[in-house]
Design a protein around this ligand. Structure first.
Ligand code: SAM
Length: 211
């Protein structure tokens, strides 16, 4: 298991208390929702936390079956509680630092503020695994905390979200948008772009070629 702050209850609960307070978050999430088709059948959420993104997707995707993975026991408990009465969602313990298990194929793979906790090399190999897991035509949508171009912009982001820079998560491994879009293109994703961005919050999307 990769060691990071998310394994402590204090860190995970602090995030959950603040999760709705990040400015402009709902905007980025709504653009993500626009790019996951309504008829989607199987969706994988990487670093699902308490299942926030799966719950948003489930609102108007009645037939969708969601799989949420996370490594934090606190988050897994919260997600299992959220979906206790929903047979269309499965929550699985998995450390994303390790290769993804054989989950089967997905029509969409999504993630929100999670992959930036992985080392850069692992981000890249995970994107490759996502490509392999997707059905032809499947979409990858990563709503992510990305690196600023300058330290001044990094400080501006923390000021904008109302957090002192000293509270920056030590498990963050922020990477710029351009590198990540380049990786997605090199892996063979189509229509790769940053579909929404505000300071250090960005939505990176790619589509696996196919029908
Ligand atoms: C900022 S939270 C986001 C949670 C959720 N996706 C959301 O949008 O509310 C980051 C999540 O990534 C998970 N995470 C961090 N490192 C991980 C790893 N190596 N493997 C699996 N999950 C990880 C944390 O446990 C946490 O749930």
């Amino acid at each position: 298991m990769s060691a990071n702050e998310w394994m402590t209850a204090e860190h995970a609960l602090r995030y959950l208390r603040r999760a709705d307070e990040y400015p402009r978050r709902a905007e980025g999430e709504s653009v993500l929702l626009d790019h996951v088709p309504r008829h989607v059948r199987r969706v994988l959420d990487l670093g699902t936390g308490d299942g926030r993104l799966l719950a948003l997707l489930r609102i108007d995707r009645g037939e969708m079956f969601g799989v949420g993975v996370d490594s934090s026991e606190v988050m897994l408990d919260a997600a299992r509680t959220r979906f206790a009465d929903d047979e269309h969602v499965e929550i699985v313990k998995h450390d994303l630092a390790e290769p993804l298990p054989a989950f089967g194929r997905f029509d969409a793979v999504v993630s929100s503020f999670a992959i930036h906790h992985l080392e850069h090399e692992r981000k890249r190999s995970l994107y490759g695994e996502v490509f392999d897991l997707l059905e032809p035509g499947g979409v990858f949508a990563n709503f992510e905390h990305v690196a600023s171009a300058t330290h001044r912009l990094h400080m501006a982001f923390f000021a904008a979200i109302g957090e002192p820079l000293e509270d920056e998560d030590p498990s963050d491994r922020l990477l710029n948008v351009e590198s990540q879009l380049g990786w997605l293109r090199a892996l063979g994703f189509d229509d790769v772009d940053c579909y929404w961005k505000w300071l250090e919050m960005a939505l990176l999307v790619g589509v696996k070629p196919g029908s």
